[in-house]
Design a protein around this ligand. Structure first.
Ligand code: TYD
Length: 206
């Protein structure tokens, strides 16, 4: 039986540079022949992608906060059981673009549902071994990204909402400093990448 693979998640406010970092990390792992699965939330499997489309559809204005939180949790458990757990059990390193901490920050803090409620509806979710938080304030992230995606219901929420998301992430960093590690994301993409790689090396992941 192979040892269980490590489960790494990447978090941050919209526009924080996650996609760039995931591409750099993917290239790094491929070059070194390290087997891995890159995946994302919400989505990462057919059913979960369908739920994602429903959540992010900007026409779904009447969606309540609890419904939104439950849909993220439903997409999460489908993706986890269908994709992530089989890969981890086969000994593969799994890197996921967003995971439960997004629910703590966006639904728990910014929507105001609270930590306990989010924890409760995510009781099937396993804890990641390490979470990298790309630490940049939302106003700076949006400026760098040059605006918002007008078709994304979450990005359309306005700056006050995204500031609360950022606060939510800061609270997780205070609560779980070992697992949830902020990486200063004001520097160049190359420097952020180097910090992420050394973090993964320190933890014996790569
Ligand atoms: P996406 O286009 O994937 O954004 P990004 O490229 O910034 O990751 O859209 C995902 C959106 O869903 C993003 O605004 C964060 C939000 N989200 C939650 O609110 N709760 C969650 O549990 C997850 C996983 C994402």
């Amino acid at each position: 039986m192979s040892t269980r693979g490590k489960f790494i998640t990447l978090e941050g406010c919209d526009g924080c540079g996650k996609s760039t970092q995931l591409a750099l990390l993917s290239a790094y792992l491929k070059k070194r022949g390290i087997a891995h699965l890159f995946t994302r939330e919400p989505g990462g499997s057919k059913i979960a992608e369908e739920i994602r489309a429903m959540i992010l559809n900007k026409d779904n204005k009447e969606m309540t906060d609890s419904c939104e939180a439950l849909l993220y949790a439903a997409a999460r458990v489908q993706h986890l059981e269908e994709k992530v757990l089989p890969a981890l059990n086969a000994g593969t390193l799994v890197i996921c673009d967003r995971y439960i901490d997004s629910s703590y920050a966006y639904q728990g803090e910014a929507r105001g549902l609270g930590y306990e409620a989010v924890k409760e509806i995510n009781r099937y979710a396993i804890s990641p071994d390490l979470t990298i938080f790309l630490d940049i304030a939302p106003e700076d992230a949006f400026a760098r990204k040059r605006g918002i995606d007008e078709n994304d219901r979450m990005e359309l929420q306005g700056l006050a909402f995204h500031r609360k998301v950022y606060e939510g992430y800061r609270h997780i960093a205070e609560r779980e400093p070992e697992r949830f590690v902020p990486v200063d994301s004001y520097c160049s993409a190359e420097e952020v990448h180097k910090t992420i790689v050394s973090l993964l090396q320190q933890r014996g992941i790569v």
